[in-house]
Design a protein around this ligand. Structure first.
Ligand SMILES: [Zn+2]
Length: 488
């Protein structure tokens, strides 16, 4: 039996085991798409590595890195320790006191070209929990019914542990690399604050400069227990916060007037809530819907294909936008009022009332155009709008034509039983925008097949990852990284 065939047989046995031990909700069976020949991964069978990585993930969950305050330094030390045990020099980069990143490198040559390097990125911080709403301790890494529960199990400690596994797997395989592979664990992703990747790039860019990156941002979408498609994030929307400020005379609540700031603010927010921004398809979103139409039932598929037509386009866009908040947000700027502030006492009319609008612009759209529409709509001299500092910057999309994207697309299709890879423009933010602004071809792929029910738990209660999905994700990542770094 030659080495390649042995790997193939092993992979087949693992696939059967995988199906048998997956919880029903997370069963990942190949879709009805054409059979795809599974070739052996350059790093071989990763099932033992994935089990090891499950242990790393559990330890990472137990290190509470809720942001704020983050405290990523403890996680950074743990990650650096794992790398050092493998004989890989890991450097802890202090971003601000108590908040650190970790960087490590597998070298291809003494003087490798940074433009060819591949960067594996994941963030160490997590969003806070509402502990009383969880059924388990969010920082105890509880395993139940085939799932690992804990804050960060998916976002993004799952990916962090899988990146570590892919990186360490490559080191252990001792293959000749044709490009440097860099591991980077970032901090302060969730609030994009003073210690974020922007600051990290400003301080330490030369330590992890790369031409390509793999990060979170895209997902393996599962429908009815099958992988439906793999969304590979190549672009993202841009977040801006705008404060709506209503002013009026303050006074005694027993003698109200028509100028009450609270009433004017409420009316303005209600009008803004009815606003629908015009549709604008970016190249990536157009390609996404083109590919997705073929996977939908006839009715939705038909409307998806009609969105660009002159006669039925507008109606089609409405049908598709109404069918999914994700699809709606992929094709237009969106506005979500999120915070209202007014009043000091029940019997005092306040002189000022404020609302925060969280705005997600399509890359290429500007806040000024949107605000002039909103001002026209609100049309109230007592109300004005102020753009908040630290607005996101639009980054150019990553190319869909290079070798790296081709490998990702080919590998995920092979690993997920023929399901197609579709380019994806996320409505959410990732560190990749900052990387793209530094000429990095960054792609987002959380490689774990996840049902909608589990995806919704990210940033919510009882976040969990099916362990079989985690193991599969390790295999997928290890294959992509090794193929790009070894064979190209
Ligand atoms: Zn994340």
């Amino acid at each position: 039996m030659n080495w390649n065939r042995k790997i193939g047989v092993l992979a087949g046995a693992c696939a059967m085991l995988l199906a048998a031990c997956l919880p029903a909700a997370a069963q990942v069976t190949p879709s009805a798409a054409p059979a795809v020949q599974m070739s052996p991964s350059p790093v071989g069978d990763t099932s033992a590595l994935a089990k090891e990585a499950q242990g790393w993930l559990m330890e990472l969950i137990k290190i509470n890195t809720s942001n704020p305050p983050g405290n990523e330094q403890a996680a950074a030390k743990y990650v650096a320790g794992i790398l050092q045990k493998e004989g890989i020099a890991a450097e802890i980069l202090e971003v601000t006191p108590g908040r650190s990143a970790v960087v490590a490198r597998l070298r291809s040559a003494a003087m490798a070209d940074p433009a060819k390097a591949l960067l594996l990125v994941a963030h160490m911080d997590v969003v806070p929990v509402e502990k009383s709403r969880w059924t388990v301790d969010p920082f105890a890494a509880v395993i139940k019914d085939g799932y690992l529960y804990g804050r960060g199990a998916i976002d993004d400690k799952g990916m962090l542990a899988a990146n570590l596994a892919a990186f360490i797997g490559l080191k252990r395989a001792n293959l000749h690399l044709n490009r440097d592979v860099i591991f980077l664990a970032t901090d302060d992703e969730e609030t994009s604050g003073d210690s974020s990747v922007k600051v990290l790039i400003a301080k330490y860019w030369d330590k992890f400069a790369a031409g390509f990156a793999l990060n979170e941002g895209g997902n393996v979408f599962v429908k009815n227990g099958k992988v439906q498609y793999i969304g590979v994030q190549a672009s993202e929307k841009v977040a801006t916060n705008v404060t709506v400020i209503a002013r009026g005379p303050s006074g005694h609540a027993s003698q109200p007037t028509k100028e009450n700031a609270v009433v004017h603010l409420a009316a303005a927010v209600a009008k803004i809530g009815t606003y629908t921004a015009p549709v604008h398809f970016t190249t990536i979103v157009r390609r996404y819907f083109d590919g997705l139409a073929a996977l939908q039932d006839d009715e939705i598929g038909k409307w998806m294909r009609s969105m660009d037509t002159a006669d039925r386009g507008e109606h089609a866009q409405r049908v598709i936008a109404d069918a999914s908040p994700l699809w709606n947000s992929m094709m237009r700027d969106t506005i979500a009022p999120t915070v209202l502030t007014a009043g000091v006492a029940n019997n005092v009319i306040p002189g000022e009332a404020r609302a925060n609008l969280n705005i997600r612009l399509l890359p290429g759209d500007t806040i000024d155009v949107l605000l002039s529409e909103l001002n026209k709509l609100v049309n109230d001299p007592q109300v004005r709008m102020e753009v908040q500092p630290n607005a996101g910057l639009a980054a150019p999309p990553s190319s869909l034509e290079n070798d790296f994207y081709a490998i990702i697309a080919k590998d995920v299709t092979m690993e997920f039983g023929g399901a197609p890879a579709l380019p994806f423009q996320s409505t959410w933010l990732t560190d990749s925008a900052q990387l793209r602004l530094h000429n990095v071809q960054a792609y987002g792929l959380v490689p774990f097949p996840l049902a909608d029910e589990d995806l919704k738990r990210m940033h919510g209660d009882d976040e969990r990852i099916p362990l079989a999905s985690f193991d599969k994700g390790v295999a997928v990542l290890a294959r992509i990284v090794a193929e790009f770094a070894v064979t190209r």
